[in-house]
Design a binder for this molecule. Structure first.
Ligand code: SF4
Length: 335
């Protein structure tokens, strides 16, 4: 089967002006030559520290932000070739759920109006059929029918995210970008929203691009995982490959630094050094300034994303797999 979403060589450059101190304007490559596929029915998790380009990537996939270059195909259609009207029609199939359920909802509209608004905008159905769809959507996301007459500010963060999910589902999309969809919520509520998204994926046959900085969330929800660092993909593989046998030292470092691996320890295994500025990324391998295994070649030659020994796993490293031993429990490397 061809993939539902195919992204090829996607790139986004922003130019940051000289600023109030003067100086030459710089080009920031927020996303740099990113390619991947998402198969129908799977969840591809995208993980990395803030500033790695994952949110920019999610918006470019839906053309909410225009790419500088590269190609996005959805179900065989090149989105770059669509005019505004055809892109709007295509968006019925492709939706996004944002991190902030507080900012995403118009405070002057009732919950019912918010949820059916996409149907009104796209001219779908009659008032009676929209009412029936509203009842269905409220039920799907676990909200009672009487909630439709209330306003979003009367709800808790978790319930507001349920409203956002109902609104995203209104047009029966096949593909949803979840951009830190549970990150602003308390941990117990976060689990409810993640479980709801899992259930909806099963019952409605959805496909997700799931963006999060949280490895625990990514592990819970993803089938495959893509790890990003400074605008580039550094590793890609199945959930088990990424979490149990990572090939890229950055993935290994992220895992070492994750709170679940540090439980019971007095000090966190932090990734050494600061995240370099995306406006001035290091030459060669972009991770070399923080990598415990960096060699002279890493400082000069960028490593391409290449298959590693396990099928379906790719890493952009001159020495893939070398940092795996550092994940042995009890060993502390690069801390
Ligand atoms: Fe580290 Fe070199 Fe691999 Fe980059 S290429 S991750 S610096 S070992």
């Amino acid at each position: 089967l061809p993939p539902l979403l195919r992204v090829q060589d996607l790139r986004k450059e922003f130019s940051s002006g000289g600023g109030w101190l003067g100086g030459a304007p710089r080009v920031v490559r927020a996303v740099d030559r990113v390619s991947f596929d998402v198969r129908a029915g799977e969840t591809l998790g995208v993980v990395g520290e803030s500033g790695c380009g994952k949110t920019t990537l999610g918006r470019m996939v839906l053309r909410l932000l225009e790419a500088t270059s590269g190609k996005v195909e959805f179900d065989g259609t090149d989105l770059g070739g669509l005019d505004a009207a055809r892109m709007r029609a295509m968006r019925r199939n492709m939706q996004i759920i944002f991190q902030d359920p507080f900012g995403a909802l118009n405070p002057r509209m009732t919950v019912g109006e918010l949820i059916v608004e996409p149907l009104v905008i796209h001219g779908v159905g009659t008032p009676a059929s929209r009412q029936a769809r509203l009842d269905e959507l409220l039920d799907l996301v676990g909200l009672a029918p009487y909630h439709a007459a209330r306003f979003a500010h009367e709800f808790s963060g978790g319930q507001r995210q349920r409203i956002c999910i109902a609104r995203a589902l209104a047009l029966n999309p096949r593909f949803i970008v979840c951009d830190e969809a549970a990150s602003a919520l308390d941990v117990s509520i976060q689990a409810q929203i993640l479980n709801l998204l899992q259930d909806l994926k099963q019952s409605l046959g959805l496909t997700y691009l799931f963006i999060s900085h949280d490895l625990g969330v990514i592990r819970h929800i993803s089938d495959r995982v893509m790890v990003m660092y400074l605008g580039q993909v550094v590793e890609m593989g199945s959930k088990h490959q990424i979490f149990d046998a990572p090939s890229h030292p950055y993935t290994a470092a992220l895992l070492r630094a994750s709170p679940s691996r540090n439980r019971g320890k007095t000090r966190f295994a932090a990734i050494k050094g600061d995240l370099p500025s995306p406006a001035n990324p290091p030459p060669g391998c972009r991770f070399h300034t923080r990598c415990p295994l960096a060699q002279p070649v890493c400082r000069t030659t960028p490593p391409p994303l290449m298959p590693v020994e396990a099928p379906g796993q790719f890493a952009a490293c001159h020495f893939p797999g070398s940092d795996r031993a550092s994940l042995d429990p009890g060993k502390t490397v690069g801390a």
